[in-house]
Design a protein around this ligand. Structure first.
Ligand SMILES: NC(=O)c1ccc[n+]([C@@H]2O[C@H](COP(=O)([O-])OP(=O)(O)OC[C@H]3O[C@@H](n4cnc5c(N)ncnc54)[C@H](OP(=O)(O)O)[C@@H]3O)[C@@H](O)[C@H]2O)c1
Length: 294
């Protein structure tokens, strides 16, 4: 029986595989899956885990991919608009293969959030709950990397643009969320105080984008201002920067949700699950600045 990780060609899934190995899970029990197994070769070489092809849009691939699964980490996919059907097919296949635990990466406040991004997460959660399968839902907050990956452009223009107003966003690094997922997969969802939750609201430090701009200013040693834009203007700016229109719309809408507090939590589930404070914005920005480019 095995632990199957989906989305292991992606950032979060591969970090979870590395973390499982780091905390002593036998490589022979771990199956890393992705749509293109050639993109899992480096991970397999580094960790010794098995790799298999799993494409949620191709249910026939999932019976082989999930054969022998005990615990499944279902990493939410990227095709907004098609994700619910993809997730549903993955849940059905995992249950048919005999999974005894399905861990799903959702979004913060999925049950109440009005973000465009939240709708398919909420439907997936409801499907998982109705399936009767033992499950844990990890409602991941925003990634610090959503901001630190934009560092070169922010530095170039001296501006952090957004539509978040004075809203606070609860943020942590992908590594923090990956460590949480690995902890759940190895503990069945128990947190450090011994209690078990089916739903974890995961977020670290909370801040406004004005506060984040101040951190950028301090670490970069040059003034960075937060520029608050109407949602349509921010979407247009993102489109102008080269993002596809539908991605720009979803990201600008997420900032509007941020302004309403929908990506904010007071929960300390993340710190409890990982047994340490989540990464701060100060640390993340310093790490991003120190990282070699190219
Ligand atoms: N909390 C946040 O701030 C935030 C930000 C961005 C995304 N997310 C969500 O969190 C997820 C994980 O984040 P990430 O940074 O690891 O994203 P990522 O690097 O883009 O990885 C996404 C993974 O999903 C896989 N995938 C896409 N469509 C699939 C399908 N039809 N069947 C099977 N796998 C499929 C991708 O496979 P391929 O390599 O084949 O494309 C990839 O491995 C994302 O997919 C998204 O749902 C959250």
């Amino acid at each position: 029986m095995s632990v199957v990780i989906t989305g292991a060609t992606g950032h979060l899934g591969s970090l979870v595989v590395d973390r499982l190995i780091e905390i002593g899970q036998p490589a022979g029990r771990i199956v890393a899956t992705g749509r293109d197994t050639s993109r899992l070769a480096a991970l397999a070489q580094r960790t010794g885990v098995q790799t298999r092809r799993a494409d949620f849009a191709d249910p026939a691939s999932l019976a082989d991919a999930f054969a022998g699964v005990e615990q499944l980490l279902l990493v939410s996919t990227t095709d907004v608009g098609q994700r619910f059907d993809q997730h549903r097919q993955a849940i059905d296949a995992a249950l048919a293969a005999g999974a005894t635990l399905i861990v799903y990466t959702s979004i913060l406040n999925a049950d109440t959030s009005r973000l465009l991004l939240a709708d398919e997460h909420r439907r997936t959660e409801e499907y998982l709950q109705a399936s009767g399968a033992p499950h844990v839902i990890l409602r991941n907050g925003w990634y610090l990397e959503n901001y630190t990956d934009r560092l070169p452009v922010i530095r170039q223009h001296g501006v952090l643009p957004g539509s978040a107003g004075d809203g606070r966003v609860s943020v942590a690094s992908r590594q923090d969320y990956a460590d949480a997922a690995a902890a759940v997969l190895t503990s069945g969802g128990a947190v450090s105080d011994g209690s078990v939750h089916t739903i974890h609201e995961l977020g670290g430090e909370a801040f406004t984008l004005t506060e984040l701009a101040a951190t950028f200013s301090e670490v970069l040693g040059t003034p960075i201002a937060y520029q608050d834009l109407p949602v349509d203007d921010y979407a247009a700016l993102l489109t102008g920067a080269g993002l596809p229109a539908e991605v720009a719309t979803v990201l600008a809408d997420a900032d509007a949700g941020l302004s309403r507090g929908e990506l904010y939590t007071t929960s300390d589930d993340l710190a409890k699950l990982i047994g340490r404070p989540p990464t701060t914005r100060d640390q993340a920005v310093r790490d991003a600045v120190a990282r070699p480019t190219g």
